[in-house]
Design a protein around this ligand. Structure first.
Ligand code: PMV
Length: 305
């Protein structure tokens, strides 16, 4: 009986969330926290899904229907990260399962083909999204991403020089709802909205240069500017702001929310010798520190039996 295990990483948005939905570039990094999926053939007339993580099983259902599979499989997931942190568990599960089933069917998809397939599933289930999370899960590392025309450009900052501290706010964000609210704002004040989105886009381009040069002070400044724009868009909240302020006061080069906002996590860019100070300050502001390293590898087959 065939059994395949595939793992895919979670992600953190370093720059450009939301603006990326409107066609601007973003920078995303895969994290070392991975989600694994095991697909086994079983002599059963059903599909058995054992997904203890509280992620949305609609993604799994949509993939099974795409592959016209109705029986004879057991699908089990195991995740090193909770769905609540905003690390992109839906994208990771979608990528890992598409990869596992395509292998099972004897179709070895290229990364680009896997991207198109996973993007179609996410768009079908969520009705929205830029695909940036999927790119991180498939390609890994740090990516400069744009939706249309599609651009997936690997960046190579020296992450060994620096630390990222991740603080979870304790509030689970509803990405789809936040994107919908922003769309309403966009439709009400299209010019003001376009100005902010364009400003984020040019900031992301500058941040890309600073990252490539490992100029951490400038990277931190761009994170702070990006956070100001996200605040203007109305996607920050008091808890996130408290943690961000605490991180900056205790010596971070910069800090911002990461992902949709309204909750989830913040990231702070920190010199190695300030890491503990910044972690303590974020914890004091009520954040839960999520130990994570960025720039890890993309989707991979762990085992085939
Ligand atoms: O999945 P989240 O909550 O990390 O948000 C991803 C970033 C957004 O730009 C808000 C949405 C998207 O699809 O790009």
């Amino acid at each position: 009986m065939y059994k395949i295990t595939v793992s895919a990483p979670g992600k953190l948005l370093l720059f450009g969330e939301h603006a990326v939905v409107y066609g601007q570039p973003a920078i995303v990094s895969a994290v070392d926290k991975r989600l694994s999926i095991i697909v086994e053939e079983v002599t059963d007339s059903q599909i058995i899904i054992n997904a203890p993580e509280a992620f949305d099983t609609r993604f799994i259902d949509a993939i099974l229907s795409q592959y016209s599979i109705t029986k004879g499989l057991r699908i089990t997931t195991a995740s090193a990260f909770s769905g609540k942190y905003g690390f992109g568990s839906s994208s990771a599960v979608t990528v890992a399962l598409c990869k596992a089933l395509s292998e099972l069917m004897g179709k070895q998809l290229s990364d680009q083909e896997l991207f198109q397939q996973a993007f179609k599933i996410i768009s079908q289930v969520q009705g929205t999204g830029s695909g940036v999370d999927i790119a991180a899960s498939i390609f890994g590392g740090t990516i400069f991403y744009q939706k249309n025309p599609l651009m997936i450009e690997p960046l190579a900052p020296d992450w060994n020089q620096i630390a990222f501290v991740v603080g979870y706010s304790g509030i689970k964000a509803n990405t789809v709802e936040i994107i919908r609210e922003l769309k309403q704002k966009h439709d009400k004040e299209p010019e003001k909205f376009a100005k902010i989105m364009n400003a984020i886009g040019s900031l992301v381009n500058q941040a890309k240069e600073s990252l490539t040069e490992n100029d951490w002070e400038r990277v931190g400044k761009y994170m702070n500017f990006n956070q100001e724009y996200l605040r203007d868009l109305g996607v920050s909240n008091q808890k996130l702001e408290d943690m961000i302020l605490a991180a900056k006061k205790s010596g971070a080069f910069g800090a911002k929310l990461s992902g949709a906002g309204g909750g989830d996590s913040i990231i702070a860019l920190v010199a190695m010798d300030k890491k503990t100070d910044v972690e303590n300050a974020i914890a004091q502001a009520g954040g839960e520190i999520v130990e994570s390293y960025i720039g890890s590898e993309g989707v991979k087959i762990e085992e085939i039996i």
